[in-house]
Design a protein around this ligand. Structure first.
Ligand code: BDR
Ligand code: CA
Length: 310
């Protein structure tokens, strides 16, 4: 099993990402840490704990940073709602997070592991950047960072910037300049990783608790996409599970090894991932830039994982 550490801000698509990671049975998930993003840290943490309870999982959960490195937090309640995971009725969590902070936990887990660990961030990169700054000597223990964020040719916060990067661009810059190999599943691919109403009905028909929650999450999530993204023809962009699916089966995706950097000062382009697709700069590549997907395979992969869950 591939050892991974997940850093997320659940979040509808983060929730489905966790179900894919756990349900696939292919990962040794060392920890889940929570980032502030789709909602406040308090709410994304509570949502992670709710999911842990729903899935009957024993993965330890650690609370991450409350705010971006230098900026005020921007949340995406207009997509994810008041609770950050609106739709299904999920009770207040009874479980508690571990007492260590996310950053301390990452350090301990990496220091103790013999094998290098893959990090999977699907929210703003504040925790990962803080960890990299605080424990640079542990960098060799990171095998790769497979993240959802950015976009080579499109944005959703501004015409060129994607939410996870835009919320904490300085953190993203630290991550992309860290020297750790990155897989970037940005909007180029995730806006092709669509879930349609007939897919939602398939999840509902599985008949287990998890399938029902996926369907109810996607019912709510789709409202924003149908209203704001008519180009997707009724589909909702199921972003975050791409970062896990790529680790399971990269052949499902199309990608190119590129140099990527993050704009932290631009007047029009703050928070943009600048992808040197044609190698204009001749810099040594740091990123596997993922930009296309076999959608049917992707949805089936998630479907099979959810089938195995409670
Ligand atoms: C990203 O932003 C969040 O709203 C989603 O969970 C995803 O990680 C897409 O831009
Ligand atoms: Ca997310």
């Amino acid at each position: 099993k591939l050892p991974i550490l997940i850093d997320c801000d659940p979040g509808h698509d983060d929730a489905v990402m966790l179900m894919l990671a756990i349900g696939s049975g292919l990962f040794d998930i060392k920890a889940i840490t929570t980032s502030a993003g789709n909602q406040t840290q308090q709410k994304t943490l509570a949502n992670a704990l709710r999911l842990k309870e729903l899935l009957g999982s024993d993965i330890p959960i650690y609370k991450g940073c409350d705010k971006p490195l230098f900026r005020e937090l921007i949340i995406a309640d207009y997509v994810h709602g008041e609770m950050g995971m609106d739709g299904p009725i999920l009770p207040e969590p009874t479980l508690k997070p571990e007492s260590l902070s996310a950053i301390e936990a990452m350090a301990n887990i990496l220091a103790e592991s013999e094998d290098p660990i893959t990090l999977v961030p699907t929210g703003p990169l504040t925790n990962i950047a803080t960890f990299l700054l605080a424990y640079p000597h542990l960098k060799p223990k990171i095998k790769r960072i497979s993240l959802m964020g950015g976009g080579g040719f499109r944005g959703n916060m501004t015409p060129t910037a994607e939410f996870n990067i835009y919320v904490d661009p300085e953190a993203a810059s630290i991550v992309f300049n860290s020297g750790v190999p990155i897989t970037m599943c940005g909007l180029d691919v995730t806006h092709k990783a669509l879930v349609f109403q007939e897919d939602i009905e398939r999840f509902r028909a599985i008949g287990n608790k998890s399938g029902k929650v996926v369907a109810e999450l996607m019912d709510f999530f789709s409202i924003f996409y149908r209203r704001e993204r008519p180009e997707l023809e009724g589909g909702a962009a199921l972003h975050d599970p791409c970062a896990i699916a790529w680790l399971i089966d990269p052949t499902m995706f199309t990608s190119k090894t590129c140099y990527v950097d993050v704009e932290v000062t631009g007047k029009l382009t703050l928070g943009t991932t600048v992808v040197d697709f044609f190698d204009v700069w001749k810099k040594s590549p740091n990123t596997e830039f993922v930009y296309d997907i076999d959608r049917e395979k992707y949805i089936n992969l998630i479907y099979e994982a959810v089938q195995k869950l409670p």
